[in-house]
Design a protein around this ligand. Structure first.
Ligand code: AMP
Length: 397
């Protein structure tokens, strides 16, 4: 693996693709700095060598050009604070503005480019756009694991303009090393815990995990598609009807592959999507009309915790419930604590996905798990065995 440790950056301009896709609140304050923190060691290594850093990232999903709420300038105070210097800012990522600012950089200085996705060429993987970005620097570093599964201009296409001068940053190198530990060297019992809202993105992945894991725990909004597929009543819970057959098939496959599939036996239900809604616990297969499941129940928590604590390898992606609301956060917390306890007892645990990371941080457990991944979708695609364009672009000759 060619990493930034293989080069002395003295006097060189490095354009670094980072994953600064951080959550911002209404006041444009960062509510979780994990992704910025993750990129700091790579930036510091280049600066300490005496190099110059040009940072580029996307933020959110702007539709038609620039939007205030997706401006990367909101990240400047945090970056300045963490790096202990004044980061320069280019209000556009291509054209005259970044060209001038890049040319004016001195050793040890940092330039942040405006949101790449303010130009639709970024996600289209446009070559001219990639070349414009490439023209700003001598070396390309990819440290954005979170977008490594996308063949975008800044994550993959740009690499061709640096046939020899392209490197993995520390985030990328770390992610690849740790995920391979789960993929290739998983000690048994291996338990995967999947949750969150997006069933569609994960159901395919479940199929692939079935060849690797001993136990598969499914919670969060995605559980209801499984429960309905098995004949349960899910009331007004989150559901993807077009995936019912896929879910039913996954249950069959788990059986035939000898994987223990755990669905929550009980569910905390509410009459509204609101922290202060009326709530009660019921059998997951028997949710009344007008009620929706927003968390896993007590019995499920203890059953899942038992399985987790007996595991030697653990992969967790996605909350067990609407953990942003205090009253529906207990399942996610119970799982987080069980993962930490298993890790204390020698298990290897990998946590991935924006919301699981937010949860593990919220409960101050980041220090008690083996590795917290910064890339949800990318991590899961990697686990699925897919080749990531962002990884391939650096590795290929
Ligand atoms: P994802 O991005 O797919 O990992 O989904 C994360 C989101 O799923 C979080 O914002 C949770 O609030 C949400 N979520 C988890 N459980 C449920 C549920 N039972 N009903 C609705 N949303 C849920």
């Amino acid at each position: 693996m060619k990493t930034i440790d293989d080069l002395n950056f003295k006097g060189l301009r490095a354009i670094v693709r980072v994953d600064f896709n951080v959550p911002l609140n209404d006041k444009y304050e960062i509510t979780d700095e994990t992704r910025i923190n993750a990129a700091i060691p790579t930036i510091k290594k280049i600066l300490n060598d005496g190099g110059m850093v040009i940072l580029m990232s996307h933020l959110g999903r702007p539709k038609n050009g620039p939007e205030e709420k997706y401006s990367l300038k909101h990240l400047l105070p945090a970056l300045n604070r963490k790096l202990g210097l004044e980061v320069k800012f280019a209000s556009d990522c291509i054209g005259e503005i970044p060209r001038k600012l890049s040319a004016g950089l001195k050793n040890g200085e940092v330039l942040l480019l405006e949101n790449l996705r303010f130009h639709k060429e970024e996600t289209k993987g446009d070559e001219d756009f990639a070349q414009e970005l490439a023209s700003l620097a001598d070396v390309y570093v990819n440290d954005a694991f979170g977008t490594a599964h996308r063949a975008h201009a800044s994550t993959a296409v740009i690499a061709k303009f640096f046939p020899k001068d392209k490197y993995f940053g520390y985030v990328m190198a770390n992610e690849l090393t740790h995920i391979n530990k789960v993929l290739k060297e998983a000690e048994s019992p291996f338990t995967a815990i999947l949750g969150g809202a997006k069933v569609s993105g994960k159901i395919e992945i479940i199929k692939n995990l079935l060849d690797k894991v001993d136990n598969l725990i499914i919670g969060g909004g995605m559980m209801f598609t499984f429960i309905k597929a098995l004949g349960g009543n899910v009331g007004n819970s989150l559901i993807e009807d077009d995936l019912l057959e896929t879910a039913r098939q996954a249950v069959e496959d788990a059986k035939s592959k000898g994987v223990n599939l755990y669905l929550p036996v009980d569910t905390v239900i509410a009459n509204q999507f609101d922290n202060d809604a009326h709530r009660k616990t019921c059998d997951s297969r028997d949710i009344p009309e007008g009620w929706m499941g927003l968390d896993i129940g007590e019995k499920s928590c203890s059953q899942f915790a038992g399985v987790i604590k007996q595991s030697k390898t653990i992969l967790w992606n996605g909350p067990m419930g609407v953990f942003e609301m205090e009253n529906f956060s207990h399942g996610t917390r119970a799982v987080a604590e069980a993962v930490a306890e298993a890790t204390d007892n020698g298990a290897f645990s990998l946590i991935g996905g924006g919301d699981s990371v937010a949860a593990i941080n919220k409960y101050n457990l980041a220090g008690r798990v083996s590795y917290v991944s910064t890339g949800g979708g990318a991590m899961l695609e990697f686990i699925e065995g897919k080749e990531l364009p962002g990884v391939k672009a650096i590795e290929e000759e």
